[in-house]
Design a binder for this molecule. Structure first.
Ligand SMILES: [Zn+2]
Length: 79
């Protein structure tokens, strides 16, 4: 009966702040790091400030972000 070693790691997750107001695309920086343009250039993507889109910094295609989920499909790209 030595159960004093329980780690409280699950508590280290910071609560998401929910302070109203419209917010532009807010994606996890780590997520942005692994996202890449689905086109041949595989360029890094940058979140637009005023619109819910991700922009490829290489080819300039724009990809919509729906419900916080980037839609990285060439079919949905906005040239
Ligand atoms: Zn691209």
């Amino acid at each position: 009966m030595n159960a004093t070693q329980t780690s409280g790691n699950w508590q280290s997750l910071e609560a998401t702040r929910d302070e109203g107001g419209p917010v532009a695309v807010q994606l996890d920086p780590q997520l942005m790091d692994i996202l890449a343009c689905p086109a041949e250039d595989h360029g890094p993507l940058r979140a637009e400030a005023d619109a819910d889109v991700l922009v490829c910094t290489v080819c300039g295609r724009r990809y919509p972000v729906e419900d916080g989920i980037p839609v990285l499909l060439l079919d949905r790209a906005i040239p």
